[in-house]
Design a protein. Structure first.
Length: 136
Protein backbone atom coordinates (compact mmCIF):
# COMPACT_ATOMS: atom_id res chain seq x y z
CA UNK A 1 0.00 0.00 0.00
CA UNK A 2 1.30 3.47 -0.76
CA UNK A 3 1.92 5.76 2.20
CA UNK A 4 -1.15 7.80 1.28
CA UNK A 5 -4.19 7.29 -0.89
CA UNK A 6 -5.47 10.20 -2.98
CA UNK A 7 -8.99 10.55 -4.35
CA UNK A 8 -10.67 13.47 -6.13
CA UNK A 9 -14.38 13.83 -5.41
CA UNK A 10 -16.96 16.23 -6.84
CA UNK A 11 -18.24 19.29 -5.01
CA UNK A 12 -21.49 18.59 -3.08
CA UNK A 13 -24.83 19.65 -4.53
CA UNK A 14 -26.12 22.97 -3.13
CA UNK A 15 -29.13 21.15 -1.64
CA UNK A 16 -26.72 19.48 0.83
CA UNK A 17 -25.68 22.76 2.41
CA UNK A 18 -27.02 23.25 5.95
CA UNK A 19 -28.11 26.71 4.78
CA UNK A 20 -30.27 25.26 2.02
CA UNK A 21 -33.97 25.85 2.55
CA UNK A 22 -35.20 23.31 0.04
CA UNK A 23 -37.66 20.49 0.56
CA UNK A 24 -36.41 17.63 2.74
CA UNK A 25 -37.08 15.06 0.00
CA UNK A 26 -34.89 16.94 -2.47
CA UNK A 27 -32.09 17.07 0.09
CA UNK A 28 -32.48 13.37 0.89
CA UNK A 29 -32.31 12.46 -2.80
CA UNK A 30 -29.25 14.70 -3.33
CA UNK A 31 -27.55 13.05 -0.32
CA UNK A 32 -28.30 9.57 -1.67
CA UNK A 33 -26.94 10.40 -5.13
CA UNK A 34 -23.84 12.15 -3.74
CA UNK A 35 -23.04 9.28 -1.37
CA UNK A 36 -23.32 6.76 -4.21
CA UNK A 37 -21.26 8.95 -6.57
CA UNK A 38 -18.46 9.36 -4.01
CA UNK A 39 -18.51 5.64 -3.27
CA UNK A 40 -18.21 4.70 -6.93
CA UNK A 41 -15.44 7.25 -7.67
CA UNK A 42 -13.55 6.05 -4.59
CA UNK A 43 -13.90 2.38 -5.58
CA UNK A 44 -12.80 3.17 -9.12
CA UNK A 45 -9.73 5.05 -7.85
CA UNK A 46 -8.87 2.29 -5.36
CA UNK A 47 -9.12 -0.39 -8.06
CA UNK A 48 -7.21 1.65 -10.65
CA UNK A 49 -4.38 2.22 -8.16
CA UNK A 50 -4.49 -1.43 -7.04
CA UNK A 51 -4.48 -0.22 -3.45
CA UNK A 52 -4.38 -2.80 -0.69
CA UNK A 53 -6.59 -1.50 2.11
CA UNK A 54 -5.68 -4.28 4.54
CA UNK A 55 -3.15 -2.13 6.49
CA UNK A 56 -5.79 0.57 7.06
CA UNK A 57 -8.33 -1.99 8.24
CA UNK A 58 -5.75 -3.59 10.55
CA UNK A 59 -4.93 -0.16 11.96
CA UNK A 60 -8.61 0.37 12.80
CA UNK A 61 -8.93 -3.12 14.31
CA UNK A 62 -5.93 -2.34 16.53
CA UNK A 63 -7.71 0.78 17.82
CA UNK A 64 -6.03 3.34 15.57
CA UNK A 65 -7.52 6.14 13.52
CA UNK A 66 -7.37 6.87 9.83
CA UNK A 67 -6.39 10.43 9.01
CA UNK A 68 -8.47 11.93 6.21
CA UNK A 69 -7.20 15.23 4.83
CA UNK A 70 -9.87 17.14 2.91
CA UNK A 71 -8.84 19.96 0.60
CA UNK A 72 -12.01 21.78 -0.41
CA UNK A 73 -11.57 23.62 -3.73
CA UNK A 74 -14.85 25.53 -4.21
CA UNK A 75 -16.21 26.31 -7.67
CA UNK A 76 -15.73 30.05 -7.08
CA UNK A 77 -14.32 32.52 -4.56
CA UNK A 78 -17.64 33.27 -2.88
CA UNK A 79 -17.43 33.48 0.92
CA UNK A 80 -18.29 30.15 2.54
CA UNK A 81 -18.33 28.94 6.12
CA UNK A 82 -15.94 26.03 6.54
CA UNK A 83 -18.33 24.30 8.96
CA UNK A 84 -21.10 24.32 6.34
CA UNK A 85 -18.79 22.82 3.73
CA UNK A 86 -17.85 20.00 6.09
CA UNK A 87 -21.53 19.35 6.84
CA UNK A 88 -22.42 19.40 3.12
CA UNK A 89 -19.74 16.74 2.55
CA UNK A 90 -21.22 14.33 5.15
CA UNK A 91 -22.87 12.03 2.60
CA UNK A 92 -19.65 12.09 0.54
CA UNK A 93 -17.73 11.02 3.63
CA UNK A 94 -20.21 8.18 4.10
CA UNK A 95 -19.66 7.12 0.48
CA UNK A 96 -15.90 7.14 1.04
CA UNK A 97 -16.35 5.00 4.17
CA UNK A 98 -18.56 2.61 2.17
CA UNK A 99 -15.83 2.21 -0.45
CA UNK A 100 -13.12 1.64 2.18
CA UNK A 101 -15.40 -0.70 4.16
CA UNK A 102 -14.36 1.19 7.29
CA UNK A 103 -16.83 2.95 9.58
CA UNK A 104 -16.27 6.70 9.38
CA UNK A 105 -16.27 6.93 13.18
CA UNK A 106 -12.62 5.85 12.81
CA UNK A 107 -11.81 8.83 10.58
CA UNK A 108 -9.88 11.77 11.99
CA UNK A 109 -10.61 14.56 9.51
CA UNK A 110 -8.36 17.50 8.72
CA UNK A 111 -10.34 19.96 6.55
CA UNK A 112 -8.79 22.82 4.59
CA UNK A 113 -10.75 25.37 2.58
CA UNK A 114 -8.79 26.54 -0.47
CA UNK A 115 -10.76 29.61 -1.59
CA UNK A 116 -7.94 30.99 -3.72
CA UNK A 117 -7.28 27.78 -5.64
CA UNK A 118 -10.03 27.27 -8.19
CA UNK A 119 -9.15 23.96 -9.85
CA UNK A 120 -12.36 23.18 -11.74
CA UNK A 121 -15.44 25.21 -12.65
CA UNK A 122 -17.59 22.74 -10.68
CA UNK A 123 -15.30 22.60 -7.65
CA UNK A 124 -13.62 19.55 -6.21
CA UNK A 125 -12.64 17.88 -2.96
CA UNK A 126 -9.21 16.31 -2.83
CA UNK A 127 -9.06 13.56 -0.26
CA UNK A 128 -5.82 12.13 1.12
CA UNK A 129 -6.09 9.08 3.37
CA UNK A 130 -3.23 7.90 5.55
CA UNK A 131 -2.54 6.13 8.81
CA UNK A 132 -0.29 9.00 9.89
CA UNK A 133 -1.51 12.30 11.29
CA UNK A 134 -0.15 15.80 10.68
CA UNK A 135 2.18 15.44 13.66
CA UNK A 136 4.01 12.57 11.89
Amino acid sequence: MPEKLEIKLPWPHKALSPNSRGHWAKKARAAEVYRYTCKMISLETIQAGKWDLTPLRELVEAGGEIHVFLDFHPPNRRARDDDNIIAAFKSGRDGLADALKIDDCHFRTHPFLRRDQIVRPDGEIRVVITGKGPEA
